[in-house]
Design a protein around this ligand. Structure first.
Ligand SMILES: [Zn+2]
Length: 461
């Protein structure tokens, strides 16, 4: 009996001890590097539309019909989080990025300052104190809210010239994106010269970027934002988000103490604000290809934490079913579309293909149409120009009339079967995905002011 008891006791001690040791090793395993990929405006609606769209369509980029995002989620730790600011339910990119970067409550419009207007230390500034190299990349402009919140401090996100000076004066090693004009105009006419004196290598094209092999790089590849991804082949001299990310990792990983890199897919938010599902999904492809590169790097390096999230949700696009009027019903039936329940359109699979075929924004097409000589501004011409952007025919049912831009967007979404909750931001809950050492920190439901602390634990700060 005693023997049995002793055996049980020993076994228990052994098992408990092993479990403790295991827990300890999981806790002490720290990340040397961290990469934070932010999809600006990327709510779960946009994520779902993208992942399902790829599953139900045959896109050349996805021969096995699965996004990297889906694979990454399945291999990682997921969490959900809120992003309310100090006293508002809905946020903008400035307030959201400030709260994520600093761990403190802030307000819309505020950058790198808390709700009292006091300067707060951001994750990147803290990483610098720990001897890490840091960088920020975006495909909008570098003085815009998301990248700026990690390195600048001001109560107004529109103070872009001031922000540009703060970026140059920051301790970052890599800053890349658009927004050249904020470094060359008004009071900043000499800023690039000052930047060069401070060791920045200033580059403006893909070719110049490819020649940089070490040191600091300030890449400014467009006067304002960089091109939408669906139109990337029109701008051969402009690097993509993935190309900028590859270079940033190449440069930052030369630092023996590791690095922290923030990458923003910012054009996604713009396409979602415009309520154009196709171009929005091309921005998701943009993010997905960048993620594929980063995930591969994280897998190979083994001491890199890769965290993917959003600052807020924009637009909230979703396919929805509709009861059709008689005319639309007849029109659709005559096109051979399957309809159910008498008059209801549940949206057939091929609509995903139509969505992905649409790469160019009507936001650009409409002003081009309006610049045509008056007699050429006909409904037929507008449909023709729109079809070019759609990469095929999508009947806008203009009935001989030229609509306003807003009405045109409404007709686009009507033709596609997509509904939008808003043309602005929603307070919808967001999904986070973490992979690598410290990923477990990001499990469960949390608030965006907790993100910085989770990074600190993961990085051992
Ligand atoms: Zn936005």
């Amino acid at each position: 009996m005693l023997k049995k008891l002793l055996f049980c006791l020993t076994l228990c001690l052994f098992v408990c001890g092993a479990a403790l040791a295991q827990e300890e090793s999981a806790q002490t395993l720290k990340a040397k590097n961290a990469v934070w990929l932010i999809g600006d405006g990327m709510g779960t609606g946009a994520m779902g539309l993208f992942m399902q769209g790829v599953r139900l369509t045959q896109l050349p980029q996805y021969p096995d019909k699965q996004t990297t995002l889906e694979r990454f989620i399945n291999a990682s730790v997921t969490g959900m989080y809120f992003n309310n600011t100090y006293d508002t339910i809905v946020t903008d990119s400035a307030g959201a990025a400030t709260q994520m970067a600093s761990g403190e409550f802030s307000r819309p419009d505020y950058l790198g300052v808390n709700h009292d207007g006091q300067t707060v230390q951001t994750l990147l500034e803290e990483a610098l104190e720990h001897g890490k190299a840091v960088g920020v990349i975006t495909d909008v402009y570098v003085a815009d809210a998301t990248p700026a919140a990690f390195l600048a401090h001001t109560q107004s996100r529109s103070a872009k010239y001031d922000i540009a000076r703060q970026l140059v004066a920051s301790g970052a090693q890599v800053i890349m994106g658009g927004g050249l004009k904020y470094f060359t105009q008004k009071e900043n006419k000499k800023l690039l010269n000052q930047a060069k004196k401070q060791g920045w290598q200033v580059v403006k094209t893909s070719k110049e970027l490819s020649k940089i092999k070490k040191g600091r790089v300030l890449g400014l590849f467009a006067e304002e934002a960089m091109p939408f991804y669906g139109e990337a082949d029109r701008y051969k001299q402009t690097p993509t988000l993935k190309e900028m990310t590859e270079k940033a990792v190449e440069l930052l990983s030369q630092n023996e103490n590791g690095f922290v890199l923030v990458v923003e897919a910012g054009k996604l938010d713009w396409a979602l604000h415009d309520q154009e599902a196709g171009p929005s999904m091309w921005e998701m492809i943009n993010l997905d290809e960048t993620l594929a590169y980063l995930w591969n790097f994280a897998k190979q390096s083994t001491d890199t934490l890769l965290y993917v999230n959003a600052d807020h949700e924009t637009g909230v696009p979703v396919f929805h079913y509709r009861h059709l009027d008689e005319e639309t019903f007849k029109h659709k039936s005559s096109q051979g579309e399957m309809l159910y329940g008498g008059d209801t359109d549940y949206v057939n699979y091929p609509y995903y293909q139509k969505m992905f075929n649409h790469k160019r924004l009507l936001y650009y097409v409409y002003p081009e149409f309006k610049k045509l000589p008056k007699q050429q501004q006909t409904a037929e011409k507008l449909q023709e120009m729109a079809d070019e952007a759609f990469g095929g025919h999508l009947d806008l049912r203009l009935n001989g009339e030229v609509p306003s831009y807003e009405d045109l967007i409404r007709r686009l979404n009507d033709a596609l079967g997509v509904a939008w909750a808003t043309g602005n931001h929603s307070a919808g809950m967001l999904l986070s995905v973490a992979y690598g050492p410290g990923a477990q920190e990001f499990a469960g439901v949390y608030h965006n002011t907790h993100i910085k602390g989770k990074f600190e634990s993961a990085l051992g700060f």
